[in-house]
Design a protein around this ligand. Structure first.
Ligand SMILES: NC(=O)c1ccc[n+]([C@@H]2O[C@H](COP(=O)([O-])OP(=O)(O)OC[C@H]3O[C@@H](n4cnc5c(N)ncnc54)[C@H](O)[C@@H]3O)[C@@H](O)[C@H]2O)c1
Length: 98
């Protein structure tokens, strides 16, 4: 559980290598946000089956506005409402791992 308590953002995680990365990160203990232009609910469902929190965000990584909006959604929306207080407070101080 190397990544327990960490939140990672995987871009292009709806399928292919990004999806494989998302599942591997979840196996290593991370909660995983999937950002993609495609529907990523299958990856989200599989991450949750591993026992980690997960969220899909529609995001085109070539669009800076969508990237900023997505990051704000993670910080203000999902994690603050659904994660335990300690993990929420840890989120702001977490360092990127990928
Ligand atoms: N599959 C391989 O063997 C392999 C080998 C070497 C390099 N690569 C490179 O790695 C990358 C991923 O490969 P893959 O096989 O997983 O591809 P893939 O097409 O299966 O998956 C790419 C994912 O990225 C998403 N995506 C594409 N553009 C996006 C955007 N602007 N914003 C957000 N999400 C976006 C797609 O919707 C998709 O879910 C590609 O650049 C590929 O060229 C792949």
């Amino acid at each position: 559980m190397l990544l327990k308590g960490k939140v990672v953002l995987v871009t292009g995680g709806a399928r292919g290598l990004g999806r494989a990365d998302a599942l591997a990160l979840a196996e290593a203990g991370a909660d995983v946000v999937i950002a993609d232009i495609l529907d990523a609910e299958k990856t989200v469902s599989d991450v949750r089956s591993i026992g980690r929190k997960s969220l899909a965000i529609k995001m085109d990584v070539t669009n800076m506005g969508e990237v900023k909006e997505g990051v704000e959604k993670i910080k203000k929306g999902f994690w603050l409402h659904r994660c335990p207080r300690k993990q929420c407070s840890d989120f702001g101080s977490s360092r990127p791992i990928i």
